[in-house]
Design a protein around this ligand. Structure first.
Ligand SMILES: Cc1cc2nc3c(=O)[nH]c(=O)nc-3n(C[C@H](O)[C@H](O)[C@H](O)COP(=O)(O)OP(=O)(O)OC[C@H]3O[C@@H](n4cnc5c(N)ncnc54)[C@H](O)[C@@H]3O)c2cc1C
Length: 380
């Protein structure tokens, strides 16, 4: 069997690897260079932001993916020699008197229900754990098992793995339409005239999948949600866990660098960082973690999250187009969900349907536009 994978982000690249490991011939087609869009830009937090706001089926998918990570990390590092800097740094949510939303009770109930270890810290315990936080912090919740990794390293390792496995990669080729034999999809055609024949096609084009689907004749409500990020040059030990608050999060890396993220902007494909948004992130940082003030800004960047109206990915076959599959719309959780996506999609495409109920993620599901974890409010 030959599969054409459209899109070389973490979802397309990792699924290509998993397919190849099942003895499938794979050609991955990428418009630019592999691993340079959202998957490169993300923060690498291996836990959804406020998971209690999602349906239970989403937690089951996340849990299944996180269970794969330890083995995946060991395997990819052994094969490629590249450390993806996966570590369980923990995640802490501080609570303030003037919080817009009080997540305390819902967070504890969700953690107990799904057996996620959580610790309740008072002010003194919180500040002992994270001395850079504001003295206005009332209390906090700490999930010590939450992990993180460094996206550019992950993508570099996955690219090496693709080469080792013999995935054929075609870069600088934009897929614009499907090839068909009667009603069945039989490959893809690129803007440069190249045609790639395949028995099955997987759309993994991230934020661009909504537009791509329309060109191909079906609806997929995936749209870009822009996120801007600042990288600070800190010292190792300045912050220990990922710290998340409504307005911003901070991700301490092994070498002391601290990532401050991330905006949620519904502005189409408008590239580049803006002083206004970076200023807002820095102001949130000064309020939540004043101990980080004054650190040198080393870099700023942005990426387009493949947003979905209900916050959840679209995974599975396109019922109206035999031979066509989708793995997109991973929104804020594509890195956390990459291993289980690759596992489920590769097995499904070779005929082993998932054991898990996938109806919440079905490509043609009715989507809930009012979900709090879906698209943010439109700007302008
Ligand atoms: C600021 C920010 C912070 C984030 N933080 C986290 C986090 O902490 N944890 C987490 O799990 N997730 C996080 N995410 C989300 C995560 O990065 C994404 O969900 C994930 O990277 C999506 O992967 P993807 O492969 O679907 O998309 P992408 O990485 O965007 O890849 C899609 C690829 O498809 C290619 N493509 C598109 N159209 C075509 C075409 N027509 N032909 C050929 N190629 C095409 C594109 O060029 C691109 O390379 C964050 C994202 C951002 C932007």
């Amino acid at each position: 069997m030959h599969v054409a994978v459209v899109g070389g982000g973490i979802i397309g690249c990792l699924t290509a690897c998993y397919l190849k490991q099942l003895d499938v011939d794979v050609t991955l087609v990428e418009r630019g260079e592999t691993g340079r869009e959202s998957s490169w830009a993300g923060a690498g937090i291996l836990c959804p932001i406020h998971p209690w706001l999602y349906p239970d089926s989403f937690t089951h998918l996340i849990d299944a993916s996180l269970a794969i990570y330890p083995g995946f990390q060991a395997d990819i590092e052994a094969k490629t020699g590249i450390s993806i800097e996966w570590k369980k740094s923990g995640l802490l949510i501080p609570f303030f008197d003037d919080d817009k939303i009080d997540h305390w009770q819902a967070a504890i109930e969700w953690s107990e229900k799904f057996d996620w270890k959580v610790e309740q810290l008072n002010t003194a315990e919180t500040l002992e754990h994270e001395p850079s936080l504001s003295s206005q912090t009332q209390k906090s919740l700490l999930w010590p098992e939450v992990g993180q990794l460094r996206n550019p390293r992950l993508l570099r390792a996955v690219r090496v793995l693709m080469e080792q496995l013999g995935v054929t990669t075609v870069e600088h080729a934009e897929v614009t339409s499907l090839l068909k034999v009667e009603d069945r999809v039989s490959g893809v055609a690129c803007a440069n005239g190249r045609k790639i024949e395949a028995d099955q096609v997987l759309l993994a084009g991230g934020s661009w999948c909504g537009e791509l689907a329309r060109q191909m004749g079906f609806e997929l409500p995936v749209q870009p949600v822009k996120g801007q990020i600042v990288l600070l040059r800190g010292e190792a030990g300045l912050m220990h866990s990922i710290v998340k608050h409504d307005d911003a999060y901070f991700v301490p890396r092994v070498d002391g660098r601290i990532l401050v993220g991330a905006s949620m902007e519904y502005v189409g494909f408008e590239r580049g960082t803006t002083d206004e948004v970076i200023g807002q992130l820095m102001a949130s940082m000064a309020r939540i973690a004043p101990g980080l003030k004054g650190l040198e800004v080393e870099q700023k960047w942005m990426g387009f999250r493949p947003g979905s109206p209900d916050g959840m990915p679209f995974l599975g076959p396109v019922a109206s187009m035999p031979g066509l599959w989708v793995a997109s719309g991973h929104y804020r959780n594509g890195v956390a969900l990459a291993p289980i996506t690759a596992e489920i999609m590769s097995q499904w495409m070779v005929g082993n349907g998932p054991e898990m109920d996938m109806s919440t993620f079905a490509v043609d599901r009715p989507v809930d536009n009012s979900a709090t974890v879906g698209f943010p409010e439109k700007v302008a």
